[in-house]
Write a protein that binds this ligand. Structure first.
Ligand SMILES: [Zn+2]
Length: 142
């Protein structure tokens, strides 16, 4: 094998690598931007998060409200929660939502959609075709 063959093989090896890596890295867990106003907690980039994960803002909001155990509402781009909720708690719930309702369990991509079949909520992956029931909620958490 001459040196050029080796180098072109190496090039090809390198070229074929980033494709998979970037596919995995393309999705970044959205980070909530949280601040406080009086006795309310504002999630400033609520709509952004909804559009990043490609889910109905209302679905995310009701999930967050339920999981955070508070009342609240969407307000334009933002979501407003009653009470002062630690930023980390909100972030945890966002990540939990994404893990349960967005990311494919098979390939880890976010290119999924929710479908309902016989009252079961399923996560269908557009990237690899896998279909899974949405993960059951954890019964216990810290
Ligand atoms: Zn998949």
């Amino acid at each position: 094998m001459n040196k050029y063959d080796y180098e072109s093989l190496l090039d090809r090896a390198i070229e074929s690598l980033p494709e998979k890596v970037t596919a995995k890295e393309r999705f970044q867990m959205p980070r909530g931007m949280v601040f406080y106003e009086g006795n309310t907690t504002i999630l400033k980039n609520f709509l952004d998060i909804a559009s990043i994960v490609n889910r109905e803002p209302q679905h995310i909001l009701s999930y967050l409200l339920k999981e955070l155990g508070t009342a609240g509402e969407a307000d334009g781009e933002r979501a407003i929660f009653q009470g002062k909720i630690p930023e980390r708690k909100i972030q945890d719930r966002i990540e939990e939502y994404v893990n349960r309702f967005v990311l494919c369990r098979e390939c880890g991509r976010p290119d999924t959609k929710l479908i309902k079949k016989n009252r079961t909520l399923l996560l269908k992956c557009e990237a690899c075709g896998a279909i899974h029931p949405v993960k059951a909620r954890k019964i216990k958490r810290e």
